[in-house]
Write a protein that binds this ligand. Structure first.
Ligand code: NAD
Ligand code: ZN
Length: 353
């Protein structure tokens, strides 16, 4: 089974990518563990809970949605764990999309100062991104993911069979993060997404499994080299600087995260063509591949200046300096700061057109 080692100062673990792996979750629950708590949403539990139910003692339902990804919900879940007999030997299984992975992971990080978590991501986005790397957390009124903790899981169990019930829009949103992986580090993956788009869109199992494995390998490598957002981990933020601005500008309602990142990658690629020497031919192929998995919702009414103004407020901004992750060719990126703000606005305008 394809398995990717994640090595961090906090601990080492595997991210497994295999169809049917969901049924083997029991083997990852430590011997001598106490009660096992699944944190999930009702929709996911209804669709897929039966495969893990026999390994779980208690199911805790989280309402789901970005607006509920808040500290107060974590407190409610922690209270319910305690009511149902949790102690320091308990284990949390976060079973759902990226929101559940973040909330369940954070709950595990802070419950009695930390209990182990097993991540079982059920959306494509969560499988290739959110569940691997140990970042957990919730939103504040003032911004996304501003309270959280690094809490590495015992294991990440990635079962592509789970994706059969994912709707088309959520599936495509996850694909954009895989395109991102190709652009930052893997020309072969990028080529697969370019040449095999019918198979990718039809969710042909062999193609899907190989692209998930490629993306997970990249995330595992990058996180292992750099657990905490130093220069290497930053490359995963390609498309996210402008993407986050778009999400915030539209109050997290109009675009799914992956869709906003698709737009952010388009803007960053325009910028890269002007400021980082991205060859025109590579710029064109990036736009072409992103378009193959679109369209994203309409960008009507969004102003480049408004997005640019939001960049300085991004969490990724360090001491007022905006860092852009820019491709220099397919498979390679550089982190640049101090770019002329006029070029930034121009690039956003070009991506909006
Ligand atoms: N921690 C990280 O490193 C990291 C990285 C990327 C994103 N994130 C976070 O992930 C979140 C977004 O995650 P998401 O895109 O998975 O959204 P999500 O968790 O809201 O899931 C999307 C929807 O799909 C449903 N769903 C989940 N699995 C399904 C399945 N198998 N079949 C049918 N429906 C299913 C969910 O209930 C939900 O309604 C954001 O909050 C983002 O901040 C975290
Ligand atoms: Zn992302």
């Amino acid at each position: 089974m394809p398995s990717f080692r994640v090595s961090t100062p906090q601990g080492n673990y595997d991210a497994l990518v295999e169809r049917g792996s969901l049924r083997n979750v029991a083997e990852f629950i430590p011997k001598g563990a106490g009660k096992v708590f699944a944190v999930t949403t009702e929709d996911v539990w209804k669709l897929h809970g039966s495969s893990v139910a026999s390994h779980v003692n208690e199911v805790l339902f989280f309402p789901g949605g970005e607006s509920r990804k808040r500290l107060t919900e974590v407190e409610t879940l922690a209270d319910r764990m305690l009511e149902r007999g949790a102690d320091r030997s308990s284990v949390v299984i976060a079973f759902g999309g990226g929101i559940v992975n973040d909330v369940g992971g954070f709950l595990a990080a802070i419950f009695m100062r930390g209990v182990p978590v097993i991540q079982i991501p059920t959306t494509l986005l969560a499988q290739v991104d959110a569940a691997v790397g140990g970042k957990t957390g919730v939103n504040l009124a003032g911004g996304k993911n501003l309270v959280g903790s690094f809490h590495q899981p015992l294991v990440v169990v990635i079962d592509p069979d789970l994706l059969s019930t994912l709707n088309d829009r959520e599936y495509r949103a996850g694909l954009y993060e895989i395109i991102k992986c190709g652009i930052i580090r893997d020309p072969d993956l990028f080529q697969l997404l370019d040449q095999c788009s019918p198979a990718v869109l039809a969710r042909e199992p062999r193609t899907v499994d190989s692209m998930i494995a490629a993306a997970v390998r990249i995330k595992a490598e990058v996180v292992s080299a750099d657990e905490r957002e130093g220069d290497l981990r930053r490359i995963l933020n390609f498309g996210h600087t402008v993407g986050h601005a778009l999400e915030a500008e539209t109050h997290y309602e109009r675009f799914l995260h992956g869709e906003a990142i698709a737009f952010g990658m388009r803007a960053a690629s325009c910028l890269a063509a002007q400021a980082a020497g991205l060859p025109a031919i590579d710029h064109e192929s990036i736009d072409r591949v992103i378009a193959k998995y679109g369209p994203i919702p309409s960008l009507a009414g969004i102003r480049a200046e408004a997005l640019a103004a939001r960049l300085t407020a991004d969490k990724k901004t360090i001491q007022g300096k905006i860092h852009f992750v820019l491709p220099t060719r397919i498979g390679e990126v550089r982190v640049l700061s101090g770019i002329d703000p006029r070029i930034v606005v121009e690039s956003i305008k070009a991506a909006l057109a």
